[in-house]
Write a protein that binds this ligand. Structure first.
Ligand SMILES: [Zn+2]
Length: 369
């Protein structure tokens, strides 16, 4: 008996019907006011069978499907995710999977989820025992009653801070692996920042959305990344204002993922902001030069989005804009693709390495300010 489940952190699907070996389903949009593409479900009891999954809710335009060119992310435990060559991608709305006879449980998702459990693994393995740990604390209690964690690392006497955040859009999970990479680099490799700064690491802005498997993006009446106003509606944003009040911010970075795939969405890029556009142009080239020294994911400034082009309006009350307003010497939002341009490019390990390289580029760039 096959069951399709979502009763775990990050779960999101609406099951329509199972007919033989064909499963019909769609992503659960919930309170998102536009079409979006996040989904994450678990299959139990399909061992030894080959199932075909048909998605029924397509967006508009091209691309507009929910099954990426590399196929979905897969996992055995809902925590460790990767892309798999065993996925048979049929179209941008269908994929098939042949379950091994010992595969009683398998998780599938749009890309590579990153939940609170992933952060706790990072905490246990790396942060908790770091000599640079100053404290782990609760920023605030979320609207749905969760403790939203944050971690402070570095020199407790330092006046200057670096703020690193993610998941202002709940579904943008790949960015979290890159953020882990930056934080890990800061505390485990020699650099100019760790002994002169306090690093404020905020892994989950919209923790409720992350854990409940919401799209988060464009949620009603607005999402977390449109809440950095004078009157924020989310407790996280209010608490962040209190936390950073009076702090001397050198760098503020907010980690994101872009749209589905194709064009700039397959590239690691910067949507530039008007107030800091010149600085971002310089940083972008430093970043490209740094990445060339390494074997991993590259960056080409030509894919950056100029300020106020298309959707990239600097007037939006976004997190990265707030860091600028709060006095950050340098602030940026970074867009980490869900998939990339070739198979396995944006797997968790490569994303972590990219995050470390972002740190290295920041070090080079910041020395010039
Ligand atoms: Zn985003």
């Amino acid at each position: 008996m096959i069951t399709i489940r979502t009763d775990y952190p990050g779960g999101n699907i609406r099951l329509h019907r199972i007919v033989g070996d064909d499963v019909y389903l769609e992503q659960d949009i919930r309170d998102t006011t536009t079409w979006w593409f996040y989904w994450n479900f678990r299959v139990d009891g399909a061992e030894g069978r080959k199932l075909t999954f048909h998605f029924t809710n397509r967006g508009v335009g091209e691309p507009s499907g929910v099954v990426a060119p590399f196929g979905p992310g897969v996992s055995d435990d809902g925590i460790h995710w990767d892309f798999s060559k065993r996925i048979e991608r049929i179209s941008d709305m269908e994929f098939a999977y042949g379950f091994r006879t010992d595969e009683k449980v398998k998780y599938f998702s749009f890309a590579l989820p990153y939940q609170l459990a992933n952060f706790e693994i990072f905490w246990e393995s790396t942060l908790k025992t770091s000599k640079w740990l100053i404290k782990r604390d609760v920023l605030c209690v979320s609207e749905r009653g969760r403790d939203i964690p944050y971690v402070v690392l570095g020199n407790p006497h330092a006046k200057k801070v670096i703020v690193l955040s993610a998941r202002n859009h709940a579904c943008e999970s790949n960015a979290s692996y890159a953020l882990e990479g930056t934080v890990n680099w800061l505390i485990n490799e020699p650099n100019d920042f760790i002994d002169t700064h306090r690093i404020i690491y905020l892994p989950f802005a919209d923790l409720d959305g992350v854990e409940d498997g919401d799209q988060g993006k464009n949620r009603f009446p607005h999402d977390h990344n449109r809440d950095y106003t004078d009157v924020p509606i989310y407790e996280y944003v209010r608490a962040l204002y209190r936390l950073l009040d009076g702090e001397e911010i050198d760098i503020g970075i907010d980690y994101h993922c872009p749209w589905l795939w194709g064009g700039e969405n397959d590239q690691f890029y910067i949507p530039r902001k008007a107030e800091v556009e010149q600085k971002q142009i310089v940083f972008s080239q430093v970043l490209a030069d740094e990445l060339k020294k390494h074997d991993g994911i590259q960056h080409d400034p030509k894919f950056d989005i100029p300020a106020n082009l298309g959707w990239n309006l600097s007037s939006h009350p976004m997190c990265a804009n707030y860091y600028v307003k709060a006095g950050a010497k340098f602030a940026v939002g970074l867009e980490f693709p869900y998939f990339g341009t070739f198979f396995r490019d944006y797997c968790p390990e490569r994303l972590r390495e990219l995050g470390a390289n972002v740190g290295r580029a920041l070090e080079t760039y910041f020395a010039t300010l």
